[in-house]
Design a protein around this ligand. Structure first.
Ligand SMILES: [Zn+2]
Length: 465
């Protein structure tokens, strides 16, 4: 049995319609984690769709009730082959965002898989059911071809990712030993370009906060009081203007990353940032000395997501009492989460804006993570993907967006490698979510190749782990 047998087996699973019919069955579970009425579907997804299939693959499974009240259960499965073998942790989430039935294109229903040309439509096809189905099927292809994986595998399937992964960090902290592994290899998110495999090894962090001015009780007539009462909107605008300059370049010293090394710049050099979908990049926006890829993957960005003073839809002749801006910092490794707001406080105070209050968001922060593209596991997976597909993958030290990768890094101490199988136009979280059939077929083959190679004995060795 050979590498080629495993890859061909995964591709045959696609060609024979197995992938499509299995994905249809997964999509039919209405696993909306944002909808409390569907709580029972979350358990049913794990017990009816995941557990039997993983048992058939020789996994033992434990279903953990969520420590957070109202949140869905978390499945931990493992297949143990030998103490001397490498251990791979993989991950998927069975929950989806609201189905938004009625808002999809004619003839499409979120929980019925629909084929249309090269696309398979359905809620969760891209995020994340199709992606962890590819992981499962690739592992199955290796099991069929080799009779064993050649490594130990642990598999976590949660059902609350779309509500911020409640209970996942607590479970990881409590199950540290049961989840011990050498590497995380999992799939979520989009490729940079649909035709080129992508790997990303971390994510930018994200912190939301409000800037507030609350100067007095109630609004006062702008004729009688204009010129006498301080205007909170004007003060807030001035305060924002010291956080960045007019092209969005960050002026808070501690918010300017020191982690854009030559190595990271080299890794980002040839990456496309917005091929195909979305608006054109504004060349005169952001850090002037950086390329677009460096700005979005290698640097921090500040945004005002919403701001208000008075009632814009119904203005009245009055000086407002309050102004508020909801702000966000996306940040790369090297920026200390705990120091972000204290640094802003000092910066605003130094510029005379002591009266502007800073209020951290209840949602908490995602911490940033990153792995060097030169890490042995990153190089191993990249080589494997290239051998299977004949294409050098796009390798991102970290995603521009945020995901709870910090849980894997901080609690389990793992190098993390994500191999996404969606693409930017997939409409995840919106009506008409879909995956691309050719991309799924290629993904099945390349993941079978990766898992085959790990079990072939030349995975990065224990000493280096
Ligand atoms: Zn999602």
């Amino acid at each position: 049995m050979t590498r080629r047998t495993a890859i061909a087996g995964a591709e045959t699973y696609f060609d024979d319609g197995g992938f499509q019919s299995d994905l249809a069955a997964l999509v039919a579970f209405e696993t909306e984690s944002q909808n409390p009425a569907q709580a029972a579907e979350l358990s049913r997804y794990l017990t009816e769709a995941m557990v039997p299939r993983l048992h058939a693959m020789g996994f033992e499974t434990v279903l953990h009730a969520n420590a957070v009240a109202g949140a869905g259960p978390i499945l931990v499965a493992q297949r143990h082959e030998g103490a001397a073998l490498p251990t791979v942790l993989t991950y998927g989430h069975g929950d989806v965002t609201h189905g938004q039935a009625g808002q999809w294109r004619d003839g499409l229903h979120p929980f019925e898989l629909t084929e249309d040309g090269a696309r398979l439509y359905g809620r969760g096809t891209a995020d994340n059911k199709g992606q962890h189905l590819i992981t499962i099927a690739a592992l199955e292809a290796v099991l069929r071809a080799r009779g064993a994986l050649g490594f130990n595998c642990r598999f976590v399937v949660e059902t609350g990712e779309e509500t911020g992964s409640p209970g996942l960090a607590a479970l990881f902290a409590a199950q540290k030993d049961a989840l011990k592994a050498d590497v995380l290899i999992a799939s979520d998110g989009p490729r940079l370009q649909p035709e080129t495999p992508t790997m990303f090894m971390g994510a930018r962090g994200c912190l939301d906060f409000d800037l507030l001015l609350d100067l007095r009780e109630g609004a006062h007539h702008s004729g009688n009081w204009g010129g006498l009462l301080a205007d909170p909107a004007i003060i807030l605008a001035q305060a924002l203007s010291v956080i960045t300059d007019a092209r969005g370049q960050i002026r808070v010293a501690e918010w300017r990353p020191n982690s854009l090394s030559e190595e990271i710049r080299a890794a980002l050099r040839d990456l496309p940032v917005c091929e195909g979908a979305g608006p054109a990049v504004d060349e005169n926006w952001g850090e002037a000395d950086l390329s677009p890829a460096e700005r979005v993957f290698g640097w921090n960005s500040f945004a005002v997501l919403a701001m208000q003073s008075g009632i814009p839809e119904a203005p009245v002749n009055a000086i407002s009492d309050k102004a508020r801006a909801h702000c966000q910092l996306r940040y790369v490794v090297g920026t200390d989460t705990e120091e972000i707001l204290p640094a802003l406080r000092r910066h605003l105070d130094a510029h005379g804006f002591a009266q502007v209050q800073i209020r951290a968001s209840e949602a908490g922060a995602f911490s940033p993570t990153r792995l060097s593209p030169r890490h042995p596991w990153a190089q191993f997976v990249a080589r494997s993907i290239e051998e299977t597909t004949g294409k050098a993958p796009h390798v991102l030290p970290n995603l521009a967006g945020s995901l709870p990768n910090d849980i894997f890094v901080d609690h389990l101490g793992l190098p993390t490698i994500w191999v996404p199988h969606s693409y930017r136009g997939c409409c995840q979280h919106a009506p008409d979510e879909h995956v691309l059939k050719p991309l799924c077929r290629e993904a099945l083959g390349l993941m079978a190749g990766v898992f085959w190679d790990i079990g072939a004995g030349d995975a990065p060795d224990a000493e280096r782990r």
